[in-house]
Design a protein around this ligand. Structure first.
Ligand SMILES: [Zn+2]
Length: 296
C-alpha cells in the first residue's frame, strides 16, 4: 500500500484531522541510512510528524523539524515539500537500545530515555515569505508528545498528536503512521480530549498494528469525518549541484577566503541521500565574490 496523507473535517466537532501512513517512507529511510531500531523509530516518528505539520494547514509552505539533544540521540532532522516529498536523517544512525519490555518489542517503543534534554525547532518556508522558525524545549522526548506541546504553546492551537513506527522481530520497519487533530475556533474540546486519550500511550500504535490504511484509521478515530483531500507521500531528496553550491554561503567568509586561496576542489556528501558532489574552485570563488559584493 502506498503512503499517503488524508485531510478531513469532523464538522459537528469543528476539528480538522490529518492521518498519514508512512510505512514506505520510514522503511526507505531505514535502508538509506542503515538504521538500527531506536534510530529508525525516532527518525520515522519525526518524519511522520513533519508530514502532518507540513500538509495539514494547506499553507503551501515547506516545513522542516529538527530535534537537538544532549542524550544518545543527538540530532534528528526531517523536511517535506507541499507536494509530499519527505526526507530525513538522524545522528547517530546505529542506536539500537533494546526494548524496555517484551510488549514494546513489536509495539510502541519508548524514546524518552534516548533523548535527554533537547530542543524541538520548526521552520516553515513559503515561497513569498521569509522563513519562520520557532523552538521549544522537549517535554518528554517521545516526539509526538513534544509536537503536541509545540502546537499548544508555540502556535496556541489545541491539538492531539500520535506518531508511531512499529518494528518486526528483526527490528525492520513493519508499519508507520500518525495522526494530528487540531481544534478550530468553535471546536468541541471535550471530543479533542477524548481523542487524545484514545491515541495516547500506545493507543494509536494498537490501531496501526491492525490497519495501515489511512482512511480506515480515520474511520476508527472519527466515524463521521469528511475527507477533504489526499496527498501521496514519497521519500525524495531535492539535492542538486546548484543547492550544494548555494549552501556554501553559510560558511564564514574568512573560511571561504581560505578555500579560494587553496584552490582545491571540495567534496560534499548529501546528509539525506549520500549523493556526492564536487564543487570546483571556480564555483567557490563565485560564491565568495558574491558575498563580498553584497557586503559593499
Ligand atoms: Zn540528497
Amino acid at each position: 500500500m502506498t503512503d499517503e496523507f488524508v485531510r478531513a473535517l469532523v464538522v459537528e466537532s469543528d476539528l480538522v484531522v490529518g492521518v498519514a501512513t508512512t510505512t514506505g517512507v520510514c522503511a526507505r529511510a531505514q535502508r538509506q541510512h542503515d538504521l538500527a531500531a531506536t534510530s529508525a523509530v525516532a527518525l520515522g516518528r519525526l518524519m511522520t510528524g513533519t508530514v502532518l505539520t507540513g500538509l495539514l494547514p494547506q499553507s503551501g509552505a515547506a516545513v522542516s523539524l529538527q530535534i537537538l539533544t544532549n542524550g544518545r540521540i543527538r540530532q534528528v532532522f526531517a523536511d517535506i515539500t507541499d507536494s509530499g516529498h519527505v526526507r530525513g536523517y538522524i545522528r547517530p544512525p546505529d542506536l539500537g537500545i533494546p526494548p524496555l519490555s517484551e510488549t514494546q518489542r513489536l509495539g510502541r517503543r519508548t524514546l524518552a530515555h534516548a533523548m535527554g534534554d533537547g530542543i524541538l525547532s520548526m521552520i516553515r518556508t513559503a515561497d513569498a515569505d521569509p522563513c519562520v522558525q520557532s523552538s521549544i524545549e522537549l517535554l518528554t522526548g517521545e516526539i509526538d508528545e513534544d509536537l503536541e506541546d509545540f502546537f499548544g504553546r508555540s502556535d496556541q492551537v489545541a491539538s492531539a498528536v500520535a506518531l508511531d513506527v512499529l518494528l518486526d522481530a528483526d527490528d525492520r520497519v513493519r508499519v508507520a503512521g500518525g495522526v494530528l487533530v487540531q481544534a478550530q475556533p468553535s471546536a468541541d474540546l471535550q471530543r479533542l480530549e477524548a481523542t487524545r486519550a484514545a491515541i495516547a500511550d500506545g493507543g494509536f500504535a494498537e490501531m496501526l498494528a491492525e490497519t495501515s490504511d489511512a482512511r480506515e484509521l480515520l474511520r476508527r478515530l472519527f466515524a463521521t469525518a469528511k475527507e477533504i483531500d489526499a496527498t501521496p507521500l514519497e521519500w525524495k531528496c531535492r539535492c542538486s549541484q546548484e543547492r550544494v553550491v548555494t549552501s556554501l554561503r553559510v560558511i564564514e567568509v574568512s573560511e571561504l577566503a581560505e578555500m579560494v586561496a587553496k584552490g582545491d576542489e571540495v567534496e560534499v556528501t548529501c546528509d539525506f541521500c549520500a549523493a556526492e558532489y564536487k564543487v570546483t574552485p571556480r564555483e567557490i570563488e563565485e560564491v565568495y565574490t558574491a558575498i563580498i559584493k553584497a557586503q559593499v
